[in-house]
Design a protein around this ligand. Structure first.
Ligand code: BJW
Length: 261
């Protein structure tokens, strides 16, 4: 019993020290990066990929998120993306996205996101690197002409390019494909130069994206993880906040308002 009490007070002391260290970092920081994943959009009603209710629990990634899958059954893959677009268009950014956008009042903020849902932009964030593309854009696999959704009809059948007749695909990064070089290197540089790198709502198992917080850490950035549960990155993080990003990010914003007043 006494031992348990002792352990509790040591843990409490340790946690208070970590909290103080985090607050001090917030006070001093100028450049911050938010490295985000599907979890930040979960509270907007968009499914994550892994975990209990994740997309990959119900569907196989190799049948939907690879170029081979698209070539094998383009209509099926297109229909899946149309379904996800419908969900994304009907939803809105949540408190987490808005808090990140508002933190631009206090810091030089860069968002480096693995998400294709455009919600950071809709929430008002200005500097965004999209590592895995954007569901709003599409391109012809043959002549590479780009198409906005408005230019395409809303059918579930894969559309053909108006210039060359080639198949049109969503401009997202599938397994086995290279990430857009400018987005990856821009995001990596921002992370390396950051004072704090927040890692929000990602399982951090998909590479090369997951190297980004590691590069940040190697270059001296302070890593803060925000997730509902521990991840592969937790042992790397300097400070972990476990809970919903839609709750925790607005609390950080409130803390910043207090620190600046
Ligand atoms: C909350 C919450 C709340 C919930 N609040 N938190 C090195 C090592 C090992 C493997 C590889 C490697 N290099 C390459 C690979 C292969 C592969 C890979 O990484 N595989 C691993 C899975 C094993 N990588 C690739 O293929 C990449 N390309 C590549 O490497 O090219 C080079 C190359 C070319 C040719 C030959 C060889 C090499 C491309 C990866 C593309 C990933 N694409 C997807 C689909 C995008 C399009 C679409 O959306 O349809 O990107 S897959 C999917 O995973 C999507 C996501 O962006 C990505 C990451 O997922 P994310 O965001 O982390 O989501 P979840 O679901 O995993 O996690 C959610 C988290 O939120 C959880 O932790 C929850 O707890 C949490 N959460 N609610 C806070 N309210």
């Amino acid at each position: 019993m006494g031992h348990a009490k002792f352990k509790t007070s040591v843990t409490f002391y340790f946690e208070m020290n970590l909290k103080k260290e985090f607050t001090d970092k917030l006070k001093e920081a100028k450049k911050i990066v938010f490295f985000t994943g599907a979890g930040i959009s979960a509270e907007s009603g968009i499914s994550t990929f892994r975990g209990k209710d994740g997309i990959w629990n119900k569907m196989k990634p190799e049948e939907l998120a690879s170029f081979n899958a698209f070539m094998k059954n383009p209509d099926l893959v297109w229909e899946w993306y149309q379904h996800r677009r419908d969900i994304i268009h009907k939803t809105s950014p949540n408190k987490g996205h808005y808090a990140i956008a508002e933190l631009e009042k206090y810091f030089d903020v860069t968002v480096v996101t693995q998400n294709i849902d455009n919600l950071h932009r809709r929430a008002g964030s200005k500097k965004i690197f999209e590592l895995h593309g954007n569901i709003e854009r599409n391109f012809c696999i043959d002549c590479k002409t780009f198409y906005d959704l408005v230019e395409l009809d809303s059918s579930n059948k894969v559309p053909n390019c108006k210039k060359c007749g080639g198949l049109i695909r969503p401009d997202v990064v599938w397994f086995g494909e290279f990430l857009p070089q400018d987005q990856f290197s821009g995001g990596e540089k921002a992370a390396e130069w950051s004072d704090i790198c927040f890692v929000v709502g990602t399982s951090a198992v998909v590479y090369p994206a997951a190297y980004i917080p590691m590069s940040a850490k190697r270059n001296g950035s302070y890593i803060v993880e925000i997730n509902v549960e521990p991840t592969d990155l937790s042992s790397y993080a300097d400070y972990s906040l476990f809970g919903k990003s839609g709750d925790i990010l607005p609390e950080i914003l409130t803390e910043m308002r207090t620190l600046k007043n």
